[in-house]
Design a protein around this ligand. Sequence first.
Ligand code: TYD
Length: 338
Amino acid sequence: MRILVTGGAGFIGSHLVRRLLAKGQNHVVNLDALRYSGNLENLTDVAAHSRYIFVHGDICDATTVEKVLKEQGVEVVINCAAETHVDRSILDPNSFARTDVVGTAVLLEEARKAGVARFLQVSTDEVYGSVEIGSSKEDDALVPRSPYSASKAGGDLLVRSYWTTYRFPVLITRGSNTYGPNQYPEKFIPLFITNAMEDQPLPLYGDGRHRRDWLSVFDHCGGIEHVVRHGEPGCVYNIGGGNERENIEVARMILKQLGKPMSLIRFVQDRPGHDRRYAVDCSRLRALGWSPTVPFEEGLKAAVEWYRSNLTWWRKIKSGEFRAYYERVYRQRLEGTG
Ligand code: TYD
């Protein structure tokens, strides 16, 4: 297959590119705008691969997208390009509407015009909103509550509309909270790992008892690949890890593994509109033959080890643009704690 992965220099995208290259005879085109979290260092091991090509460009730019689809003879599109961090969406909602809604619309329309055989939208379980009890099924209502999840829901619904309107063969995956190597350290798990390694406080929002279902990036990519191969056009598939944990429990696991004191945990002012819990029912994807393989304890341990062995990777990030961002989100929160 000739596959276009957008956002292939990001966290999930780079793992997906690597996985697709390792399997069969896929040709992979990576289209990435290389904004703050896109990092070609995530792909140094495959940069010279004969079936891989990188194109620097934005999914919002129809001319670039049209050219890539045509020149590379793309058969399958997997859209991983997105703004993804809730706290950033609170600071700058418009960039989320731009990439996650407009970017998806542009990519989708160009893919339809080019007649690609399959279009997979990497969506998120956050589109269901906060789920206090039970778990979300694919046909549940979308009740997103942050500019991030609302933008992803916009993209998700647009993609679905192309099936009902044009019978364009789309697929949608809604993955749960993903973790693993190469995750930009603004997200909870890598932020807490790297802060702990630097003996910096771990800013836990609110009472720390919000719950997330943790999914290894390897299982997430396995799920995406499974849906590309076996999914039914027009269908949505939840992907969850089956590892529901309270944030405070995860923070404690990280500190324990690093041999750092629990006193590094700081309870700080909550995130506005903070969703209490996410949980997805994955029976549809399981019925298709997929199941997660990485137990959370093992996956987290491996992730901690990765950040321990890749100091240069994350220190470079944390000393750049990230510093100003961290100041904006955490300075006031952390003042006067500890
Ligand atoms: P995050 O990784 O931002 O993912 P999402 O909000 O999309 O689920 O956060 C995961 C959980 O961790 C969420 O409940 C918010 C919480 N959290 C903190 O307590 N402190 C932090 O500094 C961050 C980034 C997240």
